[in-house]
Design a protein around this ligand. Structure first.
Ligand SMILES: NC(=O)c1ccc[n+]([C@@H]2O[C@H](COP(=O)([O-])OP(=O)(O)OC[C@H]3O[C@@H](n4cnc5c(N)ncnc54)[C@H](OP(=O)(O)O)[C@@H]3O)[C@@H](O)[C@H]2O)c1
Length: 261
């Protein structure tokens, strides 16, 4: 049986993908850290949509934990027609305030895990496959005071843009989605509110981002930026010198400091 594999399935955007795919009648394989949250989500989805749902908890940054996930999948003989890389951690603070542990965690969850899981899924894929990866508008420019997060999100765009060319003739569609703000957690909702008018016009719901990005990968778009405001921001700021943009970003973002995990 073919499945869609969703990482970060229990988070705000992950849940939205879970519902959007189940609504399409797809069988799901879900992963995240918390067994309890996965159990609750799987029961709800099965009841609501009548699709097959399996899950396995995984600390996605740890090789051993990923290996356990791979073993579970292989033992079940699953193949995948879609992978949605959603899991991400969004710590925001001055780089010198990071511990070595947090540097590794953020880098591994946001980038290494997505790359490794993609390799695994590609070797267990159905005849046709889609790889959809969640980056962020933060990956468009380098962001002082959000430097590591924005670099990992940029790395995803670079990697998956190159990969889609390598897979061009192999029935695999590869799309990276760059959302702006989505009201998924309390701290993010407060941050969006603090952005005033920009927060209002640039914010899209997780359900909107999930639905539209699934449509984008079906069309095999290289990247997809949800919402007109975010698209315009990406295009209109291109001619501005990078040093000016970073000066502006630094001024705004030096005021924010948070550990989101
Ligand atoms: N929200 C926004 O405004 C926004 C904007 C642009 C991009 N994004 C990106 O969108 C994605 C989803 O964001 P979200 O707001 O939905 O996040 P969220 O609600 O915080 O959910 C994060 C998900 O990732 C899982 N996760 C976190 N650390 C993990 C780890 N070490 N191993 C395995 N799973 C882990 C969580 O699992 P547990 O529930 O088990 O902890 C949860 O399912 C992220 O990649 C984020 O960077 C978000």
């Amino acid at each position: 049986m073919d499945y869609t594999l969703i990482t970060g399935a229990t988070g705000g955007l992950g849940k939205a993908y879970t519902h959007a795919c189940a609504k399409r009648g797809e069988n799901l394989f879900l992963t995240a850290r918390s067994q309890e949250k996965l159990e609750a989500l799987a029961s709800q989805i099965k009841l609501q949509y009548g699709v097959e749902v399996d899950f396995f908890p995984c600390q996605i940054q740890e090789e051993n934990s990923r290996k356990a996930l791979y073993d579970y999948i292989e033992q079940k003989g699953m193949v995948f027609f879609r992978l949605i890389n959603v899991a991400g951690v969004d710590t925001q603070k001055a780089f010198l305030e990071y511990s070595q542990e947090k540097i590794l965690l953020q880098t591994r969850v946001n980038f290494e895990a997505a790359v490794c899981l993609t390799r695994f899924v590609l070797s267990h894929r159905a005849q046709k496959a889609e790889i959809l990866t969640v980056s962020s508008v933060s990956g468009i420019y380098p962001m002082p005071y959000f430097a590591l997060y924005s670099a990992t999100k940029r790395a995803l765009v670079q990697f998956f843009s190159a990969l889609r060319v390598e897979l061009k003739n192999q029935n695999v569609k590869v799309t990276t989605v760059l959302p702006g703000g989505m009201p998924t957690r309390k701290d993010i909702c407060e941050q969006i509110k603090g952005q005033g008018l920009w927060g209002k016009i640039a914010t899209k719901t997780p359900a909107y981002v999930a639905e539209k990005s699934l449509q984008a990968v079906a069309k095999n778009k290289r990247i997809y930026i949800p919402g007109l405001a975010n698209k315009l921001m990406a295009v209109c700021t291109k001619p501005i010198p990078l040093a000016w943009k970073m000066h502006f970003i630094a001024k705004r973002w030096c005021k924010i400091s948070k550990d989101a995990f």
